[in-house]
Write a protein that binds this ligand. Structure first.
Ligand code: CTP
Length: 415
């Protein structure tokens, strides 16, 4: 029984559309994630999807009957009702054929009918061979669907069916789930928040490693959680995202290009190159300020006399300063992070304001770490300082909530 006075919270109604690709088996895991986290899921497979995973599997995992044709259960008018009742439609995997039909408004089975009657957010998670994804016909269909407000996430790169590798893999089910849940929770009366649609954004995450020799490095404790949350949030708001991940031990988030780097030099090259065409760049990574002056090709041995190892360090480039002060696109928005404790020279905010001016960025997300670090923690709180004088307090909450609060500040500053 619900507690006195509390009204039962409606369970979100999700339609999981499955089209006929080998990645259909991964949709079983996606379905399980939804049902285990309090969503009611109606699975609508296409006829060809059932060649890969049978109807009993979908029915058992969703606890609901499964239909593919508009002729099934006609008295309930399912081709209209399923779409109308949905809070979210996710198509995973979305084949080239399914997206072609959706782009042209065809309605020859239950899933395509459902797409025409749904007024909720629709997320397509495509999976196909690289050639099919890159074909101009598919590019046009994807562009059409995006223009109409659907979220078509980028496929992942990697092993495809057979011996091929390349772009076209279905992202991991857990990552599709995170993105879909984000879209669902942020959908208001006016529909999903897609204020970054058509924008290119770059997010750096994680901590760099500076090698001393082939087996040792200087590193830091940045987990990359906040950067990954920022990248996910941007993708859920419709942006084309490049995530530059420095030693991040997390799976590739769904729907974005992920560039993996190790050192600050590699991070710098990747960020500078991606920033050239970007509308916004967020430097959430923790690059090392110093690196060893030289990297030994062989493992460094202990001295027989027990003397201390000489360790000469040189300063690394300041990436945030470089991309802020040498902008290829003067209208781009650059965001930095600062973890401050305050000291004899000033308070956390004094030091942060000075850093904002020194770095030349537009926004600075300031963490007060006087009471301990935030590394690896699920929560965060911050103050967002703006070069134009604004200041926003973001109370303690999830890193996803802080990520959205940051994009809330970035979006209106994009021209
Ligand atoms: N940053 C960067 N390149 C570096 C070091 C830091 O781009 N070599 C970026 C970080 O990604 C972050 C911001 O700069 O967005 C602030 O990092 P911080 O370490 O606080 O800045 P520092 O310039 O090192 O300042 P401090 O002197 O306080 O250490």
């Amino acid at each position: 029984m619900s507690p006195e006075g509390a009204r039962p919270v409606a369970r979100p109604q999700v339609v999981l559309g499955v089209s006929g690709g080998i990645a259909a088996y991964k949709a079983c895991e996606l379905l399980r994630r939804f049902t285990e986290s309090g969503h009611d899921v109606t699975v609508v497979p296409t006829e060809s999807a059932l060649r890969f995973v049978g109807a009993p599997t979908w029915a058992a995992l969703s606890g609901r009957p499964v239909a593919t044709e508009v002729w099934d259960g006609v008295h309930e008018v399912p081709h209209v009702r399923i779409g109308q009742a949905a809070d979210l439609v996710v198509i995973a995997p979305a084949t080239a054929d399914l997206m072609a039909k959706a782009a042209h408004g065809q309605a020859d089975d239950l899933l395509t009918n459902t797409l025409l009657t749904a007024r909720c957010p629709v997320v397509f998670a495509p999976a196909m061979h690289t050639e099919m994804w890159e074909h101009p016909a598919t590019r046009d269909n994807v562009a059409t669907l995006r223009r109409r407000g659907a979220i078509v996430i980028e496929p992942a790169e990697g092993r495809l069916t057979g011996k091929d590798t390349g772009k076209g893999r279905l992202p991991e089910p857990g990552e599709i789930f995170e993105l879909a849940r984000d879209v669902l929770t942020r959908t208001g009366a006016d529909g999903p928040v897609d204020d970054l649609a058509g924008r290119q954004v770059v997010v750096s995450a994680g901590g760099t490693r500076e090698y001393l020799d082939p087996v040792r490095f200087l590193g830091n404790r940045s987990s990359g959680l906040q950067g990954v949350a920022l990248a996910r949030a941007a993708a859920a708001r419709g942006a084309e995202v490049t995530l530059i991940a420095a030693n991040v031990a997390l799976p590739d988030p769904a729907g974005m290009k992920v560039v993996r780097v190790e050192t600050t030099a590699e991070l710098r090259d990747a960020v500078v190159s991606a920033a050239a065409g970007a509308d916004a760049v967020v430097m959430a990574a923790a690059p090392a300020d110093f690196r060893p002056a030289s990297v030994s090709e062989a493992k460094i041995k202990k001295a027989a006399d027990g003397s201390a190892a000489p360790l000469e360090l040189v300063q690394n480039p300041d990436i945030l300063h470089e991309i802020s002060t040498q902008r290829v696109r003067p209208d781009s928005v650059v965001v930095g992070f600062a973890a401050e404790t305050g000291d004899a020279t000033g308070s956390v905010l004094d030091l942060a304001r000075a850093k904002l001016a020194r770095k030349g960025c537009d926004l600075l997300v300031v963490n007060d770490v006087s009471g301990g670090a935030v590394f690896g923690q699920p929560d965060n709180e911050a103050v967002i300082l703006a070069a134009d004088g604004g200041m926003v307090d973001v109370p303690r909450g999830s890193k996803a909530a802080l990520a959205h609060a940051i994009w809330d500040q970035v979006a209106p500053r994009l021209t």
